[in-house]
Write a protein that binds this ligand. Structure first.
Ligand SMILES: [Zn+2]
Ligand SMILES: [Zn+2]
Length: 276
């Protein structure tokens, strides 16, 4: 066994900080909706998960139900979270909801799903790809990362989700990504925010982790912390592709991930000490 394989097998990725119990519609948080997520998390060896439904479905979120879930499942840390979006129609209400419930929330993800069109998330697969057709991809990248910086500056988020989501349909900028993301990463660092390593990118047309390798390198250089996430829209997707993610993390020497309790980040080691 090589050193790399050895270190990979010693990774225990115990957290998943991007999950959608409601899927893509408002569903009230009930034990029937949430308990399967707990059961799957436990089955997959996770011990710390955050529910981060889209802000447009905030009417379904019930903090009392989350509290009851915690009481019934002491083996698992369940974090109350939300994915705050840049939805031009719904996210103003979403921002107000986050402000109002900030003290009850453990973790807020910030996401950019909308570019110039208000009626369609650009990351809809496959239809969102039409927003790139015949357009200047470099200009779209610049616009996307400007919107990410706006999100990072709201003071309402703990972590940026799928930082390079703009690549989802496989469109690449004409020049190196480093200078394109530098200002954004500097702002994230200055605000002491985290970014996520999201395996969802491996399920999309681009077939690449969010973010890509160069952005991970730059984030490490700048000292930006990472969370790990699947962006599961079904409980069976929890921890999706984590063995592959562990390999990637081992290759980059990433040994700690962020967990959150009432927006306070603690970095936890994901390696299992060898007992040999
Ligand atoms: Zn998202
Ligand atoms: Zn999501």
């Amino acid at each position: 066994m090589s050193v790399d394989q050895l270190s990979t097998t010693n990774y225990q990725l115990f957290s998943d900080y991007h999950t959608h119990p409601q899927g893509h519609r408002v569903q009230r948080y009930t034990s029937a909706l949430l308990q399967p997520w707990i059961d799957s998390a436990t089955k997959f060896g996770l011990t710390d998960i955050a529910f981060t439904d889209h802000d447009r479905y905030h009417a379904g979120i019930d903090f009392d139900e989350i509290e009851r879930l915690r009481e019934r499942n002491p083996q698992l840390r369940v974090r109350a979270g939300i994915e705050l979006d840049n939805d031009p129609v719904h996210s103003e209400a979403g921002r107000k909801w986050v402000e109002k419930h900030w003290g009850k929330l453990d973790f807020v993800l910030g996401s950019v799903h909308f570019l110039s069109r208000a009626d369609q998330m650009f990351d809809s697969v496959p239809v969102g790809a039409e927003q790139f057709e015949g357009r200047d991809v470099d200009a779209i990248y610049a616009d996307y990362f400007r919107r990410v910086r706006e999100m990072a500056a709201t003071e309402l988020v703990d972590c940026l989700a799928h930082l390079d989501l703009v690549k989802i349909h496989g469109h690449r900028p004409g020049s190196e990504i480093g200078p394109i993301v530098n200002e954004t990463l500097d702002l994230i660092r200055a605000r002491d925010l985290a970014i996520e390593l999201s395996t969802a990118g491996w399920r999309k047309p681009v077939n690449e982790l969010y973010p890509g390798d160069r952005i991970i390198e730059l984030a490490i250089e700048k000292g930006i912390p990472f969370t790990i996430a699947s962006d599961a829209h079904s409980h069976v997707q929890l921890g999706d592709s984590y063995p592959r993610l562990a390999q990637k993390m081992a290759a980059f020497g990433i040994r700690r991930v962020g967990i959150y309790d009432k927006h306070q980040r603690v970095m936890r080691d994901v390696r299992v000490e060898s007992v040999l």
